[in-house]
Design a binder for this molecule. Structure first.
Ligand code: S3P
Length: 414
């Protein structure tokens, strides 16, 4: 895929529906009593993996356009599950299945098989789960076991790990308390509460009382992590302006907007609507030169998926942007510290990497070139945004990976 540079980027549009919320709406309703309608669902590769897994476990799921009807099932069937490229599907399902009396395996593609799973098998085993991994990676094997509540301090901020523990806790004996070093996205907590679960949050601690779930309809907001690419285009192209309508503004997801504001973009939020998940119309406008930024450990959970994009945009600023406390990037769909740096270097930029982050030496722009996405959707899309503001444009290898989280992305940028 070749992305040409553009002279202006001024758009008002909607973005892909939220991936995290779509996964949860399908998975939790598949485990609930009753029937639910999920509207504006994301039907990218990852969420399709969740739908396929829940069907195999026995839930009745029909897809009609972007509307998904889910009828939950009281008892899951034994199954061999394929989570594809999706860490969220794998880790959340491990927790959901651990105490539900099923025998199941969860496997996926080569990228998924390289990602750490001990972070979920450890706490689930402490709860009494019969779960084993393959040297700490997928495939995972789950057998029936009786679970009990635990008090657990997570070693890393991770919504996937937290969600796995919460889901297992719903089917355990006794109360579970789980604390993260910093609060990660809280979609699981919000949705489970809307489904009648007793899940209480106090800062980074969640307390779960076991109980059943009632089906609940979900209208999925736009994905801030997808919208971030469009705001990134407003930053990379001088005079750029983008309004994304109906995008989720849950504060556990909006860190990238703060970074773009620190770079000098004017960010405005209109038409705020507050449901289980808040949403709004958000505008980003570039009015002058870009300043470099600093991201530290405390910022990382609220922008973890946006770091490749923010790093690419940092090359359009004048000066050094510094990212630290982001070692989690090494265990995403690719090693995103190395693949992000390789992307920026391939376009003529300068980056120094460290174990937990990187420094991007911004020189007010990028030349362009040929970039390998390494099969990682967020690297492919970050390169495309940088290409829009570059001198010569960019050839992107593995561009099709964008459909994992943002089907339709290429129609927006090409
Ligand atoms: C997700 C959580 C994040 C994020 C991922 C989706 C989720 O991972 O990177 O794309 O839906 O729970 P963490 O487990 O590192 O928070």
């Amino acid at each position: 895929m070749f992305v040409r540079p553009v002279k202006y980027f001024d758009r008002t549009l909607r973005t892909a529906p939220d991936k995290s919320i779509t996964h949860r709406a399908v998975m939790f309703n598949a485990a609930a009593e009753g029937e639910a309608i999920v509207t504006n669902a994301l039907l990218g590769g990852d969420c399709r993996s969740t739908i396929a897994c829940m069907k195999k476990l026995g839930a009745e799921i029909d897809v009609d356009g972007s509307t998904v009807r889910v009828r939950g099932c009281a008892k899951f069937r034994d199954a061999r599950l394929d989570a594809g490229n999706s860490g969220t599907t794998t880790r959340l399902l491990a927790g959901l299945l651990a105490g539900r009396g099923v025998t199941a395996s969860i496997d996926g593609d080569d990228s998924l098989r390289s990602r750490p799973m001990k972070r979920v098998t450890d706490p689930l085993s402490l709860m009494g789960a019969d779960i084993t991994s393959t040297a700490g990676r997928a495939p995972l094997y789950i057998r029936p076991a009786k679970l009990h509540g635990i008090t657990y301090a997570m070693p890393m901020a991770s919504a996937q790990v937290k969600s796995a523990i919460i889901l297992a806790a719903l089917g355990a004996d006794g109360v579970t308390r789980v604390t993260e070093p910093a609060l990660s996205r809280n979609h699981t907590e919000l949705m489970l509460r809307a489904m009648g679960a007793d899940v209480a949050s106090d800062g980074p601690t969640v307390t779960v009382v076991p109980g059943r779930l009632r089906a609940a309809d979900v209208c999925v907001p736009g994905d801030m992590s997808a919208a971030a690419f469009l705001f990134g285009a407003a930053a990379a192209v001088p005079g750029g302006r983008v309004t994304v309508e109906d995008v989720g503004i849950n504060p556990t997801r909006t860190g990238a907007l703060e970074v773009l504001a620190e770079m000098g973009l004017k960010i405005t939020t209109d038409n705020v609507r507050r449901g289980a998940e808040p949403l709004a119309d958000v505008t980003a406008e570039r009015t002058g030169a870009l300043s470099p930024f600093t991201i530290t450990a405390a910022d990382v959970p609220s922008l973890i998926d946006e770091i490749p994009l923010l790093a690419a945009v940092a090359a359009f600023a004048e000066g050094d942007s510094v990212i630290s406390g982001a070692a989690e990037l090494r265990v995403k769909e690719s090693d995103r510290i190395e693949t992000t740096a390789a992307m920026i270097r391939a376009m003529g930029g300068e980056v120094e990497t460290r174990a937990d982050g990187m420094t991007i030496k911004g020189r007010g722009g990028l030349r362009g070139g040929t970039v390998d996405s390494f099969g990682d959707h967020r690297i492919a899309m970050s390169a495309a945004i940088a290409a829009l503001g570059s001198e010569r444009g960019c050839e992107i290898k593995g561009a099709e990976s964008a459909s994992i989280s943002y089907p339709g992305f290429w129609e927006v940028v090409c």
